[in-house]
Design a binder for this molecule. Structure first.
Ligand code: PHE
Length: 336
C-alpha cells in the first residue's frame, strides 16, 4: 500500500523536473522527448495514474485530482511550446522564401542606336526641315537605273567607276544612290525635292577610309530656275546645321555623266589643315531629265551624293571606317 504523501512527493519531483526543462523546449526533437517522458503512453504521469490503484480508496480522489492537475500543467506547457515551435517553423519558411520587392529587377540590356543610324537620322531631319522628302530604292538595281538612265551608256568608260557586284543578268548591287533619282522622277512631276539615304556597294579594298559596303544620302532638287548657287546655299545651310559654325567648304571641278557641271565638295574643320571630300555633286544633266520625260528646257536642278560614313567620321573624330562594321560594342555604345 502506498501512502498519499509518497505520491505527492513523486508528483512534486515530476513537476520540478518538468519545469526545469521548460526553457529549453524549442526544437522539435526536444519537445517530442518531453512529451514522451511526461505524457506518453509509458510516460511518468501515466505511470502515476497506474499507481493510484495501490492507494487506499479514500485517498484516490485527492490523488486523481493532483495527478490530473499535473497532467493539465504538462499538457498546457507542451501545447504552448508546440504552437511556438510551429509558428517559428512558418516564420523561417517565410524568411527563406522572402521576396524583397524593393530590390531592383533583373535588367534586360537595352540596345542603342548605331552611330551610322544616328547620323543618318540627323541628316534626314536637317533636310526634311528644309522641305525635302525621304525616298528609298532597292539595293539590287538594274543596269538601266544604275547606268543608262543616268547617262552612262554601255560603252562609256565612266561605267568602270561603278561596275560592281553583278548578281545575275543585268542586276547588280548598287554602287551609289543615284538610281533612286530616276525611280522618283519617273513617278512624279517637278518640282521634286528628295533625299535618298541607303546602303551602297563598291569594289573597294577595305582600308581605313574605304569599305566595299557604305552609305550615301542622295539629294535631288528639280524645279524651274535652279542654279549652282542654290546648291551652294543648301550645302552651306546643311554644313552649318550638322557641324556648327566655322567649317569651310571648297568646290572643285569633277566629272559625272549625270551632272553638268560637276563638282566635288570638300570641307575643313575649324583649325584643321586637311580638306575632306564629302560628296560629288552638280547640276543634273539635261539628258537625265529627258530620260525621265521632263522638259529639259524648262526645268533645271541639282543633285549630290554624300558619304554618311565620312560625315560620321568627321563628326565624331573616327579615323577608321572599319569601326562601323566590326560590331565592337565598346565602340558602338559611345554614341548614344
Ligand atoms: N553618285 C555619285 C557617286 O556615288 C555622286 C553624285 C551624286 C554625283 C549626284 C553627282 C550627283 O560617286
Amino acid at each position: 500500500m502506498m501512502e498519499l504523501p509518497e505520491l505527492q512527493e513523486q508528483i512534486g519531483q515530476i513537476k520540478q523536473d518538468l519545469d526545469q526543462q521548460l526553457p529549453n523546449l524549442s526544437a522539435h526533437d526536444v519537445l517530442e522527448s518531453f512529451r514522451v517522458e511526461f505524457l506518453g503512453r509509458k510516460g511518468r504521469i501515466t505511470q502515476l495514474f497506474k499507481q493510484m490503484g495501490t492507494l487506499e480508496p479514500g485517498a484516490r480522489g485527492e490523488a486523481g485530482r493532483l495527478i490530473n492537475e499535473l497532467k493539465d500543467h504538462a499538457t498546457v506547457c507542451f501545447e504552448e511550446r508546440d504552437k511556438l515551435r510551429q509558428s517559428e517553423v512558418r516564420r523561417q519558411a517565410l524568411v527563406a522564401d522572402r521576396l524583397d520587392v524593393s530590390l531592383p529587377g533583373s535588367q534586360h540590356a537595352l540596345g542603342c542606336l548605331h552611330p551610322m543610324t544616328l547620323v543618318q537620322r540627323e541628316i534626314e531631319a536637317i533636310f526634311m526641315k528644309m522641305g525635302f522628302d525621304v525616298a528609298t530604292g532597292p539595293e539590287i538595281e538594274t543596269e538601266y537605273y544604275n547606268f543608262e538612265a543616268l547617262n552612262i551608256p554601255a560603252d562609256h568608260p565612266a561605267r568602270a567607276d561603278w561596275d560592281t557586284f553583278y548578281i545575275e543578268g543585268d542586276r547588280l548591287l548598287r554602287p551609289h544612290t543615284s538610281p533612286v533619282q530616276i525611280r522618283v522622277m519617273e513617278q512624279s512631276e517637278p518640282p521634286v525635292r528628295i533625299i535618298c539615304p541607303g546602303r551602297c556597294y563598291r569594289r573597294d579594298t577595305q582600308d581605313a577610309t574605304h569599305s566595299p559596303v557604305f552609305h550615301q544620302v542622295e539629294l535631288l532638287w528639280i524645279e524651274e530656275g535652279l542654279s549652282l548657287a542654290h546648291l551652294k546655299h543648301v550645302l552651306e545651310l546643311f554644313t552649318q546645321e550638322f557641324f556648327g559654325e566655322g567649317y569651310e567648304m571648297l568646290f572643285s571641278g569633277d566629272f559625272f555623266p549625270f551632272t553638268e557641271p560637276s563638282v566635288q565638295v570638300h570641307i575643313k574643320a575649324p583649325g584643321a589643315t586637311n580638306w575632306m571630300e564629302i560628296m560629288g555633286a552638280g547640276m543634273v544633266d539635261p539628258a537625265v531629265l529627258s530620260n525621265v520625260g521632263y522638259d529639259a528646257e524648262k526645268y533645271t536642278g541639282f543633285a549630290f551624293g554624300l558619304g554618311i560614313e565620312r560625315m560620321a567620321m568627321l563628326r565624331y573624330g573616327i579615323d577608321d571606317i572599319r569601326a562601323f562594321l566590326t560590331n565592337d560594342l565598346r565602340f558602338i555604345r559611345q554614341f548614344s
